[in-house]
Design a protein around this ligand. Structure first.
Ligand code: ADP
Length: 236
């Protein structure tokens, strides 16, 4: 049977040692993220949002529990295989755009393909560049772009390998509200236009309103799942 979940986590526990104490960042989280959906993760500072994102994305290993990206269960993978999976099947968009200043916009977008040793699919890259509206900027360096444009480069870079899922941690945290709305609209459009799956941590209710649902976290657990009506649907 085909797996409709782009990402699934089961009984995810992550504890940290803090001197003599143990901090429980994730207290046994179960969640499934269906392909082609946009999920926001909200909750107070320290509730486990970033830890959930990091463990679900294979950036951090859980203390116990399991994570699937599609049909691949991550705990079975060696570090090398996990790194390859992150490069090929996961896109990342962070608050700090993490672009490489010495590379042009085009080179930044194509970097994941080079790291993965994959031949660029020109048609796909052209489409991604057009969608994020960066065509005239391809030869520019990141420092020549506004914050919103840099985040568009980061989104194009995240899409370059056609990943199974894009993980995003506070993608609009450094942007003014108008630019933030444009970046969130772009994330929404890659879900609606390409059937991409997006999982986004945010503390901003307005940002979360672009998602299909919001998972609310408290003390390392998901305490509520809230269905959203996307702002695009409201505008349309
Ligand atoms: P949020 O993203 O919701 O602010 P986090 O996932 O960053 O929450 O953190 C959840 C809990 O785990 C917090 O109590 C935090 O202090 C703790 N924590 C997170 N990372 C570490 C770490 N590397 N070492 C020790 N404690 C950590």
């Amino acid at each position: 049977m085909p797996n409709d979940d782009a990402v699934r986590v089961e009984q995810l526990v992550r504890t940290y040692r803090s001197g003599p104490d143990t901090v429980t960042a994730l207290a046994g989280v179960d969640a499934a993220f269906v392909r082609g959906t946009f999920t926001a993760v909200m909750g107070p500072s320290g509730s486990g949002k970033s830890t959930l994102l990091q463990t679900a994305a294979g950036l951090d290993r859980p203390t116990s529990g399991r994570v699937w990206i599609g049909d691949t269960e991550l705990s079975r993978l060696s570090e090398t295989k996990l790194t390859m999976l992150r490069r090929n099947r996961i896109g990342f968009v962070f608050q700090s755009y993490n672009l490489i200043g010495a590379l042009t916009v085009r080179e930044n977008i194509e970097l994941p393909l080079r790291l993965a040793g994959t031949r660029p699919d020109r048609g796909w890259l052209d489409e991604v560049v057009a969608r994020v509206g960066l065509g005239p900027r391809l030869r520019h360096r990141p420092a020549e772009l506004s914050g919103g444009q840099q985040q568009r480069v980061a989104i194009a870079r995240a899409l370059a390998t056609r990943p199974d899922v894009i993980f995003s941690d506070e993608p609009t945290g450094a942007l003014d509200s108008q630019t933030a709305a444009e970046v969130l609209g772009l994330l929404r459009s890659v879900v609606d236009g390409y059937g991409q799956t997006v999982i986004m941590v945010t503390h901003d209710r307005g940002a979360a309103s672009y998602a299909d649902r919001v998972l609310h976290m408290s003390d390392g657990s998901i305490v509520r799942a809230e269905a959203m009506h996307s702002v695009l649907a409201q505008v349309g």
